[in-house]
Design a protein around this ligand. Structure first.
Ligand code: XMP
Length: 314
């Protein structure tokens, strides 16, 4: 019978056995999965684990600083690789979602490679639903989406995988994290896609558009936390559309961006219902965004479920 405690004990033994005296590297994203995986491995092999956190310039507002801050007390050895300019330079003018994903995946590998030394193993926070979504897609034509966190690293890197969470669902990962003493606000963070805000700024990416999205999303997330709704939804975020629409501001006509708010309820991300957030809550968020974020004059709320929609818009 499964319990977080016995799972941890078993995994620690297993990781020790597999890794032996080798050093191990872990790409850490600030998300629940990679954090729990890294802490678990560090319990087994201590400072033979080296973590790399890549700032791809596609993170939420102040995310890199916040993540480095909350990782500190967890006793992990973390290198922060700031590669924002490299990523944004390569993504300039690219609008196609699959192209964005490919560039981000490739650039991530390059930056990651530059930050590893003689490690023999790679820790990944792959969960059971990631495994399922990846094996259920057959050829490239049937690929739902190129998930870059499953099987994403090139063979030439010769790293063997350690995926201690491979059989777990998100709620089990959170339970394991709790048992490992990881703080609740880290464990209850919403999932965040590897390609980051690149899939939430639709169309061509610019630093300016990313910043507009960051400001708006910060307001949405702050309000969700403030009203106790953040932990009631699986995931919530904002999407900047490549569409402008007419509005009025004072006695002037405006022609600005449309922002979509997305919040869903789910247990594993494979299916999802749109979250029925209270109207007065949505109204407050919308007013704040339109008044406080320059460049947005209209806010829409996404009421599609998955399937047939997906959670992200891309
Ligand atoms: P979709 O949009 O496919 O998303 O319904 C399902 C869940 O997966 C997240 N997502 C990703 N996570 N790398 C990730 O680590 C990715 O490339 C990726 N694409 C989507 C999404 O945020 C949602 O939680």
């Amino acid at each position: 019978d499964w319990s977080p405690k016995s799972f941890i004990q078993h995994q620690i033994e297993e990781i020790k056995r597999v890794a032996g005296d080798s050093t191990v590297v872990c790409g850490i994203s600030g998300g629940v999965d990679s954090t729990v995986a890294a802490v678990l491995v560090s319990k087994a092999i201590g400072d033979k684990l080296h973590c790399v956190f890549v700032d791809n310039g596609l993170l939420r507002k102040d995310e890199a600083t916040k993540v480095m801050e909350f990782l500190k007390p967890l006793g992990l050895k973390v290198t922060l690789a700031d590669a924002s300019d490299l990523f944004l330079g390569r993504l300039k003018g690219v609008a196609s979602p699959e192209k964005k994903r490919k560039i981000i995946g490739r650039t991530f590998i390059r930056v990651f490679e530059e930050n590893i030394h003689d490690e023999k193993f790679l820790v990944q926070g792959t969960l059971y639903p990631d495994v399922i979504e990846s094996v259920s897609v057959k050829g490239p034509s049937e690929t739902i989406k190129s998930h870059h966190n499953v099987g994403g690293l090139p063979k030439r890197m010769k790293l063997k995988l350690i995926e201690p969470l491979r059989e777990l669902f998100k709620d089990e990962v959170r339970a394991v994290g709790r048992e490992l003493g990881i703080a609740e606000d880290i464990l209850m963070r919403h999932p965040f896609p590897g390609p980051g805000l690149a899939v939430r700024v639709l169309g061509s990416l610019t630093k300016e558009r990313l910043d507009v999205l960051r400001e708006a999303d910060q307001i949405f997330i702050d309000e969700l936390k403030e009203s106790g709704l953040y932990q009631k939804v699986w995931q919530a975020f904002s999407v900047l559309l490549p569409v402008q629409s007419v509005g009025v501001m004072g006695d002037k006509r405006t022609y600005e961006n449309v922002l979509a708010l997305r919040a869903v309820e789910s247990t594993d991300g494979m299916t999802a219902d749109w979250a029925h957030l209270p109207h007065d809550f949505l109204s407050k968020v919308s007013n704040r965004i339109i008044n406080e974020v320059r460049g947005i004059n209209r806010v829409a709320y996404d009421i599609s479920s998955k399937p047939p929609a997906t959670i992200e818009w891309e």
